[in-house]
Design a protein around this ligand. Sequence first.
Ligand SMILES: Nc1ncnc2c1ncn2[C@@H]1O[C@H](COP(=O)(O)OP(=O)(O)OP(=O)(O)O)[C@@H](O)[C@H]1O
Length: 330
Amino acid sequence: MSIGCRDLRVTAGGRQLVAVPALDIADGETLAILGPNGSGKSTLLRALAHLDNASRSGTVLLDGQLATTPDLRRAVAAVLQRPVLQRASVLDNAAAGLRLRGVGRAEARQRTEPWLDALGVAHLAQRNARTLSGGEAQRVAIARALAVGPRVLLLDEPFTGLDATTRTDLLADLHAALTHLSASVLLVTHDRDEARSLAQRTALLVNGEIRQTGSTAEVFDAPADPDCATLLGFTAHLPPALTGLDTLVVARPERCRPLTNGAPPPPDAVVFEGTVRRAVPLGGATRLDVDTTTGTVSAVTTAIIAARPGDPIRLAIAAEHLRAMSTDVA
Ligand SMILES: Nc1ncnc2c1ncn2[C@@H]1O[C@H](COP(=O)(O)OP(=O)(O)OP(=O)(O)O)[C@@H](O)[C@H]1O
């Protein structure tokens, strides 16, 4: 089932938190909403499901038809940032969504067990859910949402607070589970890897407004404006005064190459100079924060370089790694 909205606005305390003229997620599609902290991601997700208490206007659509709150209750399952689990067994917690929809206890348990298995927590079925770790609880919450066979699945930062290994494993398990699901899926996240792993399309949310939407691959390769560029990791912003080009250009810091010992820049590269402000060890790489005449530019390099604060430095970025920002938004 597809979900969408038209002219969806949420205000609270006299402030507009979200304003989305139109958003659509097709049946079988996963759309990521990527945005920084406080950009309105959770507010948008809650408004789509009519889960919010804030003041909302506009319409939510299911399969193109105006959706009422009861329609949404039937169609939507949501996994929120911090799952609430009852003092009961893991199996009964995971079966709770089906029970709420009127399914008998035995059948609900039977239909839930494969999802506990798919999410790698079948061995915990009889445990008291209150004794689970954060990652285990998150898996149970996802199993609970998937078990109801939702036609729309809303995921609000489902990987928050998980260690790197647990997160990678859960990403893989969720990816596998979603491929078997016939639903529209909205994934709210501030993490680029999560969007890239799970979503066919990505929308970028900045200050409550969607600035860019498209296939995940296209969006990640061609940011629409400087805010989108920062969100996508193109954090080196080089204005014309620094490069001599006509427009602001952006690049990923790992594409900024320090030119040490008079090394020649690659052909077509943009080259600029600055002074090392600090070198930040990243473990296996170093981030050099470089003060230029137009601001600080960071470069991330795996080369071993002896750069000390105050040292002059030249940086080069090959033309293929630069993205031009149109002048009207720069
Ligand atoms: N009920 C409310 N009243 C006033 N302001 C609110 C209310 N709910 C949310 N906000 C504000 O709206 C903005 C968006 O909040 P929201 O939780 O949607 O952002 P987010 O992108 O999900 O952030 P995070 O990544 O930190 O979870 C924030 O500035 C938040 O403080």
